[in-house]
Write a protein that binds this ligand. Structure first.
Ligand code: NAP
Ligand code: ZN
Length: 353
C-alpha cells in the first residue's frame, strides 16, 4: 500500500477537506494512474450529503469523484491494454463480476456485484469502501480503464466519463438519429453534454431550462430551440411533438409537464436522480401510450465508443477549471445552477496541500 493526498468529507454536514488515504499497490491486472483532472458531478454532492440514503447510504469518510482523467504511472505484469505515460480515464465503476448476464452483455453498470468508484465495499480491503477521484493517484483494474482520444483537452474530457456516457447511452438506446425531435431538460453538466451529443447525432434539439440567461449558451452548444420551462405558453407550443426527452434535473420537478410534450409512443428517460420521488399522473402516460424510463451511466465498451465518438466530433465538456481548495464553494454554486457547465478540478492543486 502507499499513501496519496485526497479530499474527503467525514459526515453529511462536513465540508470536504484535505486528507491522506491509502491505495493498494497495483496487482498484475491493475493500472496505477496519476489523476490530472476530476470533474464534479451532482452525484458527488448527493453522495457527500447522504441525500440518497433511502437507496444507498454513504459510508464516511467519503472521497468522491468519478470523472477521472490522468496518465498511467505503472502497470501490473498482466496488463496488455496500457503502458506508462498513456492518457486514460476512469468513470463511475472500477469493477464487476464479469460473469453475470449483464456483464456478458457489456452492461457492467447493472451487475449486482459491481463496484462503484467511490462509496462501494472495497473488495481489495484497502479501506472499507472505495475512494474516488478527488485525489492524486488511483489504482484500477485494466478492464475499467478507458483510452482518451489524443486530440481532446484533458480538463474537458474528465466530465465525459460520467456526464458524457450518461447522456450518450440513452440517446443511442432510444434511437436518436437525424430527423428525431429531442428534448433535453436542465442545462447543467449532464444536460449540456446531452445537447452536444444529440446535436452531433443529427437530432433537432430543444433545451428546457429554468434559467433564461442560459438561452444563448444553449444555442451555441447545439440546441435548435430553447424553452424557458416556467413559461407555460412556450411549453404548450411543443405539446405532443417529441420523439424523445432526456431529463437531467437534479431536484424535484413536474415530470407531467414533459410527458405531455411526447408524441404517440414517445419516451422520456430520467437520468437526473432527485432525492425525493416524482409524481406521475396516469393520464400523462395513458394518453399517447407514452413511456417513462430511466438509465444508469453506460457499459465500458459503450463508454469507449462515446469517447471515440467525441474524439471524431471534437466534443469535450465546457469546463470551469478550479483548484481543489474551491470545491466546497463549487458545491454551493452547483445547487444554484451556477456552473458553465462543469467544474473540472485541476489535481495539481492538491499536491501543494
Ligand atoms: P447539475 O450540473 O447541477 O445540473 C442540473 C440542472 O438541473 C441544473 O443546471 C438546472 O438546469 C436544472 N435544475 C436544478 N434544480 C432544478 C429545479 N429545482 N427545477 C428544475 N430544474 C432544475 O447536475 P448534473 O451533474 O448534470 O446531474 C444531474 C442529475 O443527474 C443529478 O441528480 C445527478 O445525481 C444525476 N446523475 C445521474 C446519472 C445516471 O447514471 N443516471 C449520472 C450522473 C448524474 P437549468 O438551469 O437549465 O434549469
Ligand atoms: Zn456522475
Amino acid at each position: 500500500m502507499y499513501n496519496t493526498k485526497a479530499y474527503s468529507a467525514v459526515s453529511a454536514t462536513s465540508p470536504l477537506a484535505s486528507d491522506t488515504i491509502a491505495r493498494r499497490d497495483p496487482t498484475e491486472h491493475d493500472v496505477q494512474i496519476e489523476i490530472l483532472f476530476c470533474g464534479i458531478c451532482h452525484s458527488d454532492l448527493h453522495s457527500v450529503r447522504n441525500e440518497w440514503s433511502d437507496f444507498m447510504s454513504t459510508t464516511y469518510p467519503i472521497v468522491p469523484g468519478h470523472e477521472i482523467v490522468g496518465q498511467v504511472t505503472q502497470v501490473g505484469s498482466a496488463v496488455t491494454k496500457f503502458k506508462t505515460g498513456d492518457r486514460v480515464g476512469v468513470g463511475c465503476m472500477v469493477n464487476s463480476d464479469g460473469t453475470c448476464p449483464n456483464c456478458k452483455a457489456g452492461l457492467e453498470q447493472f451487475c449486482q456485484n459491481g463496484t462503484f468508484t467511490y462509496n462501494s465495499p472495497d473488495k481489495h480491503k484497502t479501506a472499507t469502501v472505495t475512494y474516488g477521484g478527488y485525489s492524486n493517484s488511483i489504482v484500477v483494474d485494466q478492464r475499467f480503464v478507458l483510452r482518451v482520444p489524443p486530440n481532446l483537452d484533458l480538463a474537458g474530457v474528465a466530465p465525459l466519463l460520467c456526464a458524457g456516457i450518461t447522456t450518450y447511452s440513452p440517446l443511442r438506446h432510444w434511437g436518436v438519429t437525424e430527423g428525431k425531435k429531442v428534448g433535453v431538460v436542465g442545462l447543467g453538466g449532464l444536460g449540456h453534454m446531452g445537447v452536444k451529443l444529440a446535436h452531433a447525432m443529427g437530432a433537432h434539439v430543444v433545451v428546457f431550462t429554468t434559467s433564461p440567461d442560459k438561452k444563448e449558451d444553449a444555442l451555441r452548444l447545439g440546441a435548435d430551440e430553447v424553452v424557458v420551462s416556467r413559461n407555460s405558453d412556450e411549453m404548450q407550443k411543443h405539446a405532443g411533438s417529441f420523439d424523445f426527452i432526456l431529463d437531467t434535473v437534479s431536484a424535484k420537478h413536474d415530470i407531467n409537464a414533459y410527458l405531455n410534450l411526447l408524441k404517440l409512443d414517445g419516451n422520456i428517460t430520467l437520468v437526473g436522480a432527485p432525492e425525493k420521488p416524482l409524481e406521475v399522473a396516469a393520464f400523462s402516460l395513458i394518453m399517447g401510450r407514452r413511456n417513462l424510463s430511466g438509465s444508469n451511466i453506460g457499459g465500458i465498451a459503450e463508454t469507449q465508443e462515446m469517447l471515440d465518438f467525441c474524439g471524431e466530433h471534437n466534443i469535450t465538456a465546457d469546463v470551469e477549471v478550479i483548484p481543489i481548495q474551491k470545491v466546497n464553494e463549487a458545491y454551493e454554486r452547483l445547487l444554484k445552477s451556477d456552473v458553465k457547465y462543469r467544474f473540472s478540478i485541476d489535481m495539481a492543486s492538491l499536491k501543494s496541500e
